[in-house]
Design a protein. Structure first.
Length: 269
């Protein structure tokens, strides 16, 4: 499905019916990462919205640079388009950075927040240099070079060895991304805000989902988030990496659905 918002065509999935849940994908991925959650949430009585962020998936690829505020403006415009006043919003990795911007600028639109293999801190100087080097390498050698470097970061070692089908799928997603989307989003990642000292202001139900084999997000990053948010629970998925929702979908879905049930019961929705 397509929504024409903020001057672009944004692609999105809309599955199930009930309380609205929005899941935001990470970099350099697409809404194609959420099928296990679409099935589980629809069966449990939730409406799941999964946008392709600008520059990714089947959404339009405008010229960059992008910003976290630009991404979150798109999310809110999509909610308006779908006539959804408030939703539980979850974000994986870069999607979590967008969620932090949403909580700061559009708190009235978020019922509860789910942070998935993400952090509240901004990039270190070394990380920024690494992103710029990745961009230059990708411009020079194509998206295959980025995919080769990133696959091992996105997936746990066990997944790389035992699930070649998922490895190939993730690799294919990354090689299909338009270089303009990669460049636009990388600058958004470089310039994002450090929210660690602001977490105390986000007093709403929150869930932090981490993974015990995530090489991209350290355990201390998860603790900063879960301890900094006033009303938060932490769930660590075993035998999973950065893409825990695909590597261990059953454990991930159980964690997410428990949280959604608690939130909807407490909120009466």
């Amino acid at each position: 499905m397509k929504a024409h918002i903020n001057g672009i065509s944004l692609s999105y999935g809309d599955t199930g019916s009930g309380p609205a849940v929005v899941l935001l994908h990470g970099f350099p991925l697409s809404r194609g990462m959420w099928p296990p959650q679409e099935e589980a949430l629809a069966k449990a009585g939730y409406r799941l919205i999964t946008p392709d962020l600008r520059g990714f998936g089947e959404s339009e690829v405008p010229e960059g640079p992008y910003s976290m505020s630009m991404f979150s403006d798109d999310v809110v415009a999509l909610l308006d388009f779908l006539e959804i006043d408030r939703a539980v919003i979850g974000g994986m990795s870069m999607g979590g950075y967008i969620l932090l911007d949403l909580l700061e600028r559009y708190p009235e639109r978020v019922v509860a927040a789910c942070f998935i293999t993400t952090r509240s801190t901004s990039d270190s100087e070394a990380a920024k240099a690494g992103r710029l080097a990745l961009l230059e390498r990708t411009k020079k050698n194509g998206t295959q070079s980025m995919a080769e470097l990133s696959t091992a970061t996105l997936l746990a070692g066990e997944t790389l060895e035992r699930n070649p089908e998922l490895v190939n799928t993730v690799y294919r997603w990354m090689t299909s991304v338009d270089i303009r989307g990669i460049e636009g989003a990388l600058y958004a990642l470089l310039d994002r805000k450090d929210y660690s000292s602001h977490l105390v202001n986000f007093d709403l139900p929150a869930l932090v989902i981490g993974a015990d084999q995530d090489s991209a997000i350290k355990q201390e990053d998860l603790l900063v988030l879960s301890k900094g948010l006033p009303n938060c629970e932490l769930c660590i998925i075993p035998q999973a990496g950065h893409m825990a929702n695909l590597e261990q979908p059953e454990a991930f879905n159980n964690c997410l659905l428990r949280f959604l049930h608690r939130v909807c019961t407490e909120k009466g929705i």
